[in-house]
Design a protein around this ligand. Sequence first.
Ligand code: BTN
Length: 267
Amino acid sequence: MAGPPDALIRSLVDGPSLVTGVEYEQQVPSTNIRAVEAARRGVEEGYLVVADHQTAGRGRMGRRWEAPPGSSLLLSIVLRPTVATRLVPLVPLLAGLAVAEVVDGYCLDRTVGLKWPNDLLVDGAKVAGILLERAADPPSAGGGTPVVVGIGLNVDWRGVEREDSEPRWSLAEAVGAGVDRWRVLAGVVGVFSRRYDDWHADPTGFLPAYRERCETIGRRIRVDVPNRRVVTGQATGVAGDGRLLVASDTGEAEQLAAGDVTHVRAE
Ligand code: BTN
């Protein structure tokens, strides 16, 4: 399968995006693993890894991320953010918003939203997921905690059988026509780069736009929290550090930093 065209790679590296280098592979275990390794070698911020297929794609909460070869955009970017460390968990929310804005441009008559923290939903079905991983050492040349943001976006899953428990969909299915994967790549990298720049100047400035997109706020939810606790209740908002605010059924005001959210249907 052909990789991103040379002209696109040149425009990403030479243009205004944050991309400083591109590694394209047909098959890797995981683009996040590759990008973490690259960060540890000391690559600059903006090093981008793109693949057609992953044999050990990583999802949130220790799950796998599966996608047939050539069907998806699978990418990871090395970041060295210089904001306060407590604000770094906002990166996946920022990336989710950027991906939602790009996808929205393709499917104008559909609802493009986010399930906290960063699952991209089109008409309620998952089309993209995001995974932030730390890439601790060596210390970044430009300061800041090195992290990798990985994005998996289902571009064209027409004809692909699905066995997942949660509904998964793709951009081409939402649009009802084929979609150029590399155009989507250019869009995602471009919008994320702009949002990432703005974020350094104003780390919480994107949150109103994020909250507007976040379908979780106001919903009845069930959250599987990493320590095996389950919280049920009403999602009331997203705090300035990205935590999900929940009025729980037990009467507690919860602030959750991580968890797997299910939107519970009203009965
Ligand atoms: C989720 O579980 O919703 C997050 C999925 C993130 C998948 C992407 S695909 C590209 C990058 N490489 C990985 O191994 N995972 C992320």
